[in-house]
Design a protein around this ligand. Structure first.
Ligand code: YOG
Length: 135
């Protein structure tokens, strides 16, 4: 059975997030707010279909995808770019590639027990976030 990402996940750590914010040209003032946010993920997964919400007191971000299907992602409220996004599986890991202006952009997501790990990368920067299952 493939990994089950369904549920609500609360951030417990967010290592090197500011490096990612800089790499995607987020301005200083926004970085100062964004880097202190605790994020929550809400994921609804039905087979290969995912509905995801990343929530915070400052901004929310929603993106839906189907494994293996490329789509145009508008990073609305983040860096407001358009990228061509594909999410695939590598075993139980989700591997996302976001083709666009910024090279080597994407993320990887996986489970370890009741923790969800998300590694976000852009250029040579890598951020590691960990979330704990809450519901
Ligand atoms: O995750 O797409 O889990 O399926 C990335 C934040 C900060 C606003 C969040 C708001 C990038 C300004 C989504 C923080 C930071 C900073 C909460 C990552 C950009 C701008 C939204 C993502 C996947 C995998 C969703």
């Amino acid at each position: 059975m493939p990994a089950d990402y369904n549920g609500r996940w609360e951030m417990v750590s967010n290592d090197k997030f500011e490096d990612i914010l800089k790499a995607i040209d987020i301005d200083f003032a926004t970085r100062k707010i964004a880097s202190h946010l605790s994020q929550t993920k809400e994921i609804v997964q039905d087979g290969d279909k995912f509905e995801t919400k990343t929530l915070s007191t400052f901004r929310n971000y929603e993106v839906n995808f189907t494994i293996g299907e490329e789509f145009e992602e508008h990073t609305k409220g983040l860096d407001n770019r358009k990228v061509m996004t594909t999410v695939t599986r590598d075993g139980d890991k989700l591997v996302c590639v976001q083709k666009g202006e910024k090279d080597n952009r994407g993320w990887k997501q996986w489970l370890e027990g009741d923790m969800l790990h998300l590694e976000i990368h852009v250029l040579d920067k890598v951020c590691h976030q960990v979330f704990k299952k809450s519901q």
